[in-house]
Write a protein that binds this ligand. Sequence first.
Ligand code: FAD
Ligand code: NAP
Length: 353
Amino acid sequence: MENVVIIGSGPAGWAAAIYAARAALKPLVYEGAITEKNRKQQTLPLGQLNLTTEVENYPGTPAGDTRAYLASALKNRDDVPYWVTANKPQPSHGVNGPELMMLMRQQALNFGTRVVTDDIVKVDFKGSPFRLTTLGGETIETRTVIVATGARANYLGLPSEAKFFNLGVSACAVCDGALPRFRNKPLVVVGGGDTAVEEASYLTKFASMVYLVHRRDTLRASKIMQQRALTNPKITMKWNSALDEVLGDDACGVTTARLKSTLNGATENVDCVGVFLAIGHTPNTAFLDGQLKLTDKGYVAWTTPARTYTSVDGVFAAGDVADDYYRQAVTAAGTGCMAALDAERWLAHHGHL
Ligand code: FAD
Ligand code: NAP
């Protein structure tokens, strides 16, 4: 019988594990499986930050030469099977996403967290204890569960979009917009919702011009956000347009976005060094199979303000799987910490500690 099982291996999952392990709860983390399906949908172990380059906005990981403190945690890096998307460290660099995630994982292991590299594919929250089933067919019984399975950005599915991922293609302006490659150059944002408008507005701080590409002639974004975009001299609307192809080369990355009219199919090339997709996110909740209450956008519903409680007593949720609004590593880690403390208090309240 487990005290706490944590499902997910992003900042939320590891923060929960670090706190639960230090509270002597002996947490068991299911970090996800290394499968072709997970690779394709970008849900391999270590979460979304394993897909990115430098992370400059996570407190405690400044840009600069991090070799000294990385050396101990990552000394066996080449032996680690999940190091599939990692960028090899440069001689002097700030911490990159994969390194940050390995450091978090190592920190959790240091306090006695047990980690299994498998997906949870089925849950049974109807009785007590809860039952979880892995992709490998194992069944686990546990008193509490922390769901920290994150979300994944939606992409159009163009091969060129995948080819230039991290070479100018991104799905997070707040994360990547300030990178030197995007400074004082034209950028493209795809989408017409609040995220697209917010990201386009944010990117005008860095870009010479932002082209906002939307497939219709009306934005979905709220009126106030629309107004912000339409009156910003550094945003040019590309109405009734779809991203047809991302063009570039291996040395420079993205150089051009080919747009296609959704009205007559005519194509147009727009010079740009970056293409930001802002066409929504999908939370990783399918395995819950309706056993937790979801919001109308499909995220796990937190049922009590400032708590990580869900609709099932003893099941807690943390990070992007329950948060469609902030979607940052530090907020995910913050709610991961909260979930571990909530689980610990639940166990104490029910006489298990
Ligand atoms: P995730 O990071 O999404 O991790 C969840 C993981 O859980 C999945 O990847 C998977 O391995 C595992 N999992 C999923 N389902 C299951 C299952 N059924 N069983 C077992 N395991 C499962 N934020 C910042 O603050 N700064 C940045 O610079 C930044 N850059 C980003 C760059 C990119 C390209 C992207 C995509 C995001 C970026 N973000 C950044 C956002 C940040 O990565 C997320 O907010 C954060 O990772 C969310 O953490 P999480 O723990 O909730 O989930
Ligand atoms: P969203 O509201 O679902 O909008 C997605 C946008 O992407 C839509 O404009 C949609 O076009 C477009 N799109 C979807 N699939 C596409 C495809 N295959 N090709 C081209 N375009 C595609 O998602 P969101 O903007 O991420 O917002 C999610 C939620 O967060 C919303 O409720 C939003 O209000 C909220 N949010 C709020 C704020 C804020 O208040 N500051 C900021 C960000 C997000 P169509 O319009 O044609 O469908």
